[in-house]
Design a protein around this ligand. Structure first.
Ligand SMILES: Cc1cc2nc3c(=O)[nH]c(=O)nc-3n(C[C@H](O)[C@H](O)[C@H](O)COP(=O)(O)O)c2cc1C
Length: 180
């Protein structure tokens, strides 16, 4: 079973570190699981222009192929203007309709304001469900004050929530995989 974690920030390290924490937690739940981090800061993903995937640059092909190769996925997003950042939305625009059928698609969010804790629910979840992903009941919202100076998660309860999310994602995926 392969879990791909996508970190949707092009700026800081908080989102990528949070995604990595979930990948590590998943390994603790199930040591057999294969994990891969796709940190968008490391790729030049092109804007969608309505052409076949093979005609985009190498980075775009690599990122989209890695996402499509996953059995289950975790999307990490920072909050930008009360929504998800443009580069992450552009990434989803590359994904063919129905690609997440029978796949668990988890969410983890970083933000500067607690007031935006519902952003993943209204800005990210509808995209994941449109692509036919199964979104776990739990998701993790992390305020900037939960990170230390090295941008690592410092608040114990957030780590507990991350462990719970990893557990729910794996349990759900095993149940989905046994059905289809
Ligand atoms: C352009 C921009 C817009 C932002 N808009 C919001 C916002 O609307 N609400 C919020 O809570 N945080 C907002 N933030 C703060 C980021 O979500 C937050 O700092 C996040 O942890 C950054 O993650 P990163 O370190 O992975 O880049 C914004 C940051 C930037 C750069």
């Amino acid at each position: 079973m392969k879990l791909v974690g996508v970190a949707g920030s092009l700026l800081g390290a908080k989102t990528a570190n949070a995604v990595e924490e979930v990948l590590n937690a998943a390994k603790s739940v199930d040591p057999e699981i294969e994990t891969e981090l796709v940190d968008l800061r490391n790729y030049e993903v092109e804007f969608v222009k309505g052409k076949p995937l093979s005609e985009y640059n190498e980075d775009t092909v690599k990122v989209i192929s890695t996402i499509l190769s996953a059995d289950l996925l975790l999307f990490g997003t920072p909050v930008y203007q009360a929504s998800i950042p443009g580069p992450l939305k552009n990434l989803f625009d590359h994904i063919p309709m129905g690609s997440f059928k029978s796949k668990v698609t988890g969410m983890i969010t970083t933000a500067g304001s607690e007031k935006h804790y519902l952003v993943p629910e209204y800005a990210l979840k509808p995209i994941l469900t449109y692509l036919k992903g199964t979104v776990p009941l739990g998701n993790v919202f992390i305020h900037n004050s939960d990170f230390d100076e090295q941008n690592e998660i410092a608040t114990p309860v957030v780590k507990t929530r991350i462990g719970n999310l990893a557990e729910e994602m794996i349990l759900l995926q095993k149940s989905l995989s046994s059905r289809y």
